[in-house]
Design a protein around this ligand. Structure first.
Ligand SMILES: Cc1cc2nc3c(=O)[nH]c(=O)nc-3n(C[C@H](O)[C@H](O)[C@H](O)COP(=O)(O)OP(=O)(O)OC[C@H]3O[C@@H](n4cnc5c(N)ncnc54)[C@H](O)[C@@H]3O)c2cc1C
Length: 374
């Protein structure tokens, strides 16, 4: 391969989506440097829900970006599935966000106000209407906010993206990056832990929570921490059909996947770089979920997974050019929403790398906010 146009550190959904759009829309060739395996991080262990609504109140810019991200998933799915030769089961899922107390009902209805203003379609269901939709919902739920959202199979999606990249000529190299090569104030590649290097026209660092450690190579602080999330994988109780809806409460969620898995989640743990499941988390998740979906107590546990969200300390992704070095870019900090935002991030980062222009939808997420005076 002649010198590639870009080298991308990280083979999660963010790195792969950028390589995909560089190839598909810009005709540019890239090398992804991944030290483990594609989808080995949070990209392979997510719940795969595509949502703009959360228990966290995101900024207006972030919510608009999420909605844009969901639209792009819908526009891209057919072509991506065909190119990858893998169906990652993008499908509709009704979601109930129940109130178990009057206080929660007020909070949810207040949230619905600003969510609607930002273009989220959300409706309040009273107790009877909520139970008519949600057969697994606790009988004492007072009502629920209702949305129709999208979901996909997270790990399959991540692998499909990588597969589509390879079919378009992207090289995925197993190696660990440990620095950025510079020449005349411009990034021209990365150095590797095995002593080698990859030279390229531009560099993108998209290595999830480990971007914190890449701050040294970038010459700026990257305030991203690993926020561990665990998921308990269940089967429906014997003789009970899979629920046809998901329930998200402030304490947890239960999510039936189109592929047959039933997920109960999750945790938000500041436990360092330790992507390991724990018995305490399993207990905590099952207790929380049982409060709003008591049927989970009869659901046999199949397995448990843990992985690390790249959590940005101001809860916004960090996307754009790194101040001070031409051709150096960063895409990280997607937190709870990296699957939802993967394709739109890839498309916008590909534009930035190809044209040098920042699309307005990512302007607020610039790394420059953490590099004052540069
Ligand atoms: C339990 C859980 C559930 C989730 N559910 C959802 C959901 O329903 N919807 C949603 O939108 N989001 C969800 N997320 C969030 C989403 O999974 C993440 O935001 C997203 O996967 C982050 O992708 P990434 O590519 O930035 O990072 P990662 O997937 O972490 O990929 C980074 C990659 O970089 C590699 N790497 C690191 N350092 C180096 C180096 N020096 N050299 C080479 N390679 C390196 C790693 O091996 C890794 O493969 C969930 C997360 C968790 C933990």
């Amino acid at each position: 391969m002649r010198n590639p146009d870009a080298v991308i550190v990280g083979g999660g959904v963010i790195g792969c989506a950028t390589a995909y759009f560089l190839a598909a829309e810009r005709g540019m060739r890239s090398v992804i440097v991944e030290r483990d395996a594609v989808a080995s991080g949070a990209s392979g262990g997510s719940a795969g829900e595509l949502g703009a609504v959360g228990r966290h109140r995101f900024s207006a810019a972030f919510t608009r970006f999420l909605l844009e991200g969901i639209r792009l998933h819908m526009e891209t799915a057919e072509a991506l599935t065909a190119e990858a030769g893998m169906d990652y089961l993008l499908s509709d899922i009704p979601i109930l966000r129940p109130a178990l107390t009057e206080e929660e009902a007020e909070e949810l209805q207040e949230q619905m106000g600003w969510q609607r203003e930002l273009g989220v379609e959300v409706e309040w269901l009273d107790a009877d209407a909520a139970r008519a939709v949600g057969s697994w919902l606790a009988p004492d739920a007072l009502g629920a906010a209702y949305t129709m959202e999208k979901q996909l199979e997270g790990a399959t999606f991540a692998v499909a993206l990588a597969q589509a990249c390879e079919r378009r000529g992207v090289e995925i190299r197993t190696a660990e990056a440990n620095g950025v090569l510079r020449e005349g104030g411009r990034a021209c590649g990365v150095t590797l832990a095995d002593g080698g290097s990859v030279t390229a026209g531009a560099v993108l660092v998209a290595n999830g929570p480990w971007s914190q450690q890449a701050g040294e190579w970038l010459g700026m602080e990257v305030p991203v921490i690993p926020l561990r999330g665990q998921i308990v994988h269940l089967a429906p109780p014997p003789g009970v059909p899979m629920p046809t809806h998901s329930i998200f409460h402030r304490t947890g969620y239960v999510l039936p996947k189109a592929g047959g898995d039933l997920l109960a989640g999750t945790t938000e743990e500041r436990a360092g770089f330790a992507p390991y499941p724990t018995p305490e988390a399993q207990l905590g998740i099952m207790e929380a979920v049982a409060r709003f979906a008591p049927q989970v107590l009869d659901a046999p546990i199949q397995s448990q997974t843990a992985c690390l969200r790249p959590y940005s300390l101001d809860e916004m992704p960090i996307l754009g050019a790194v101040p001070g070095t031409d051709g150096l870019h960063l895409a990280t900090g997607h937190g709870y929403k990296g699957i939802t935002l993967s394709l739109i991030t890839g498309k916008r980062m590909a534009q930035l790398i190809a044209e040098g222009t920042t699309h307005e939808s990512i302007a607020e997420f610039s790394p420059a906010r953490f590099a004052p005076g540069r």
